[in-house]
Design a protein around this ligand. Structure first.
Ligand code: IMP
Ligand code: MG
Length: 188
């Protein structure tokens, strides 16, 4: 095979990124969260619901750290335009494929920021008759909270910076980073 002379621009060592949480820190925290969920949900066959797209990466690592029978589902949600966003109204773009009445639900999210999306989603799921609804979030940007959201299992609290990587994007870019980084200049 001929070798290309094109130089590869590494995304993982992009100078516009400042690592906040390393791959090792993330994976080690996920092992601990998985062990806690394993212990708390023994015998309850929980249904993990991942919120597309950002939480897929976290969900796929987390569920392999939970050593009990479980199943997974995905939902896609989008907030209305910025003017109505403060109302906390979100639209369900992809709903669950199964009824959740009587099920023990664990919502899996990448980050809780203002809390508007999660407060809507958790209330919506509770109204469907789930036996219980808990939240696991990898990141908590608590300084920005507008709606109270109870995070039952948390990865890390982070300060108010825009972060990317490990599923989190800026205009759909950077989801593939194995670590979480602060985007120093979003315009760059
Ligand atoms: P909330 O309704 O403001 O809590 O919105 C949470 C959603 O906003 C998350 O699921 C992310 O998709 C997005 N988000 C919030 N903060 C960040 C960030 O720092 N980087 C990337 N996405 C973010
Ligand atoms: Mg997002």
């Amino acid at each position: 095979m001929a070798t290309s002379s094109t130089s590869i621009e590494s995304e993982f060592s992009n100078p516009n990124l400042e690592v906040l949480l390393s791959e090792q820190e993330i994976q080690s925290r996920i092992k601990t969260l998985g062990a806690e969920i394993t212990r708390d949900y023994a015998g309850r066959n929980p249904l993990l619901i991942g919120v597309l797209k950002g939480a897929c990466f976290f969900l796929s690592d987390l569920l392999r750290a939970i050593d009990i029978p479980l199943s997974i589902e995905f939902m896609a949600i989008s907030s209305y335009g910025s003017s109505t966003r403060t109302s906390g109204e979100v639209r369900i773009m992809k709903d669950l494929d199964v009824p959740i009445e009587g099920r023990h639900i664990i919502v899996v999210e990448d980050i809780v920021d203002t809390g508007l999306t999660l407060s809507y989603l958790l209330a919506n799921l509770k109204s469907r008759g789930a036996a219980s609804v808990k939240l696991v979030a990898l990141l908590d940007k608590y300084e920005r909270r507008q709606r109270e959201v109870q995070i039952d299992y948390l990865g890390f609290q982070i300060p108010d910076h825009f972060v990317v990587g490990y599923g989190l994007d800026f205009a759909e870019r950077y989801r593939n980073l194995p670590f979480i980084a602060v985007l120093k200049n979003p315009e760059a």
